[in-house]
Ligand binder design. Structure first.
Ligand code: 6PG
Length: 245
């Protein structure tokens, strides 16, 4: 069950990203202290770019980059230098600006024309990094997530096949509305995290945030509502615009 649920509303986007950076730093230091490394899965899209830039700026001096392992919760089906690539966004905003060993960066190889093959490849990486036995799921110290205006998270979109996946770790997922494949963590991986942090900013997200945080309206069936860590913390970091206040 969710061990701790917290909704934090910050006055401005700057305050939001600063609070998120401080939380990121706390989790990183605690993870390194507890088990010698910090395994974090980053989200893509545009919102988290400001957080990644802030982390790269040295705002959290204590960040143990040498012991941080970077993963992605999802990736578009494009090469790493494509404008839509989540890897490229993180590379430009963060990785190119911090002293993080390249062997600690685990990119989804989405240039593979076979999206299902890219997903299988990433599953192998997770299995190796977390020394998983068959049927086990990795427990990330932190998974960052966002949400779309229709309630998707990572690349788990409403009514998409991947949403029902309960065995696999990473799958390719055809997204009809975007007419493209994505590669994404499955819900069990998200829900095995020690901590999931949703980071949502902007007035355009106010309606979906209200819907997501008031599940009685649709019985909690939107993808972002289905993220309920089995034995972990669920954090929603919002600015006032996204919170609709
Ligand atoms: C992606 C993300 C996705 C994102 C939401 C919100 O690959 O696009 O992983 O799940 O978090 O689409 O995106 P914005 O933050 O850009 O609104």
């Amino acid at each position: 069950m969710v061990t701790r649920r917290e909704i934090r509303v910050l006055d401005t986007p700057d305050a939001l990203f600063r609070a998120a950076a401080e939380e990121f730093g706390r989790r990183a230091s605690a993870a390194v202290q507890q088990h010698g490394r910090f395994c974090v899965a980053l989200s893509g899209g545009s919102t988290p770019r400001s957080l990644y830039r802030l982390l790269a700026s040295g705002a959290i001096p204590s960040l143990p980059w040498q012991k941080t392992l970077i993963f992605w919760g999802d990736e578009r089906h494009v090469p790493p230098d494509h404008a839509d690539s989540n890897y490229r966004m993180v590379q430009e905003a963060l990785l190119s600006r911090v002293a993080l060993p390249s062997e600690n960066v685990f990119r989804i190889k989405a240039e593979n024309p076979d999206a299902a093959g890219a997903a299988l490849d990433y599953e192998k990486i997770l299995t190796e990094c977390f020394r998983l036995k068959p049927g086990q799921f990795p427990s990330f110290d932190l998974i960052l997530l966002g949400t779309g205006t229709e309630g998707h998270t990572a690349s788990l979109f409403p009514d998409s096949a991947a949403l029902a996946e309960r065995q696999r770790l990473v799958v390719s997922n055809w997204v009809e509305k975007l007419h493209t494949d994505r590669i994404t963590f499955t819900l069990p991986v998200l829900n095995h995290a020690a901590c999931v942090m949703f980071l949502v900013s902007g007035r355009d997200k106010a309606a979906i945030v209200h819907e997501l945080l008031n599940p009685n309206q649709n019985a909690g069936q939107l993808p972002a509502q289905m993220v309920q860590p089995i034995d972990g913390e669920l954090l929603w970091f919002l600015d006032k615009d996204a919170a609709g206040t």
